[in-house]
Design a protein around this ligand. Structure first.
Ligand code: ADP
Ligand code: MG
Length: 249
């Protein structure tokens, strides 16, 4: 589904990504883990065309996408939800979804009243149902608890009907109970839609529960890649993250 090959990204003289390669298999749940500053968000930004890599390439189903602008990449089937929610807080959940849907169509044509966008309204309703936000659809996003806001954000990222979904720290800021709900939600929704997922997350339990494959990024480089069971036992990973012996959950 996705192939990142030898991608390098520098900021000034700083090497944020150093020849990073990874392959995300169709239908898999692939975790990208690593400490803060490892380069995870930077890699997401490269994949969705917000940053242009200094070297290497990114392919979606074999097609090179690293030179394309973000809207084109979205139209090719990539959805993304970053750690910082993208919703307009003064607008309702439904309005935010309408905005996402109309934005995909290249904006609202002035000659048509909003009520003419029936297909989009129906789709917004469907997306609200998928993320379980029907009952709060007409409340301003600012009034929603963080868990709801994150699900709204995921719904917005699904507006373009992606095949590949990128979730950047979907559990960040959530309580223990909310995290458990969110993991179950992501699992259920994405398996049902048959999406391929690439996600970053610090919550080890969630990563091990969701991921079929894990890539470990450390200081801008791939430290290890493999199945969760291999990664858990990888001495390089243990050394880098658990400080050689001070293991904890
Ligand atoms: P992660 O998401 O793994 O925590 P990031 O990708 O956000 O890491 O950051 C990787 C490194 O790149 C950090 O040292 C960060 O300060 C730097 N960085 C990220 N974005 C920029 C930017 N736009 N300009 C300068 N430095 C950046
Ligand atoms: Mg990040």
């Amino acid at each position: 589904m996705l192939e990142v090959r030898e991608v390098t990204k520098t900021f000034g003289g700083f090497l944020a990504l150093n020849r990073v390669s990874l392959r995300v298999k169709e239908g898999s749940f692939h975790a990208l883990v690593g400490p803060n500053g490892a380069g995870k968000t930077t890699l997401f930004n490269v994949i969705v065309g917000r940053y242009r890599p200094d070297g290497g390439e990114v392919r979606l189903r074999g097609q090179k996408i690293h030179h394309l602008p973000t809207p084109k990449i979205v139209r090719l089937g990539v959805g993304v939800s970053f750690q910082r929610a993208q919703a307009f807080l003064s607008m309702t959940a439904r309005e935010n979804l309408m905005l996402a849907l109309l934005g995909l169509k290249g904006g609202v044509h002035r000659a048509r009243p909003l009520a003419a966008f029936e297909a989009e309204a129906a789709r917004a309703e469907e997306l609200l149902g998928w993320v379980g936000l029907e009952s709060v659809a007409d409340r301003p996003a600012a009034e929603l608890p963080l868990g709801d806001l994150k699900r709204l954000d995921i719904a917005m990222s699904l507006a373009g009907d992606p095949e590949l979904l990128l979730l950047d720290e979907p559990l960040a800021g959530l309580s223990r109970a909310e995290r458990r709900q969110m993991v179950a939600f992501i699992e259920g929704l994405l398996r049902r839609l048959g999406l391929t997922l690439l996600f970053t997350e610090h919550d080890t339990d969630a990563v091990l529960r969701l991921a079929d494959r894990i890539t470990v990024l450390h200081q801008g480089e791939v430290l290890a890649e493999g199945e969760p069971e291999e990664i858990k036992r990888d001495p390089r990973v243990i050394e880098a993250f658990l400080g050689g012996g001070h293991a904890q959950g």
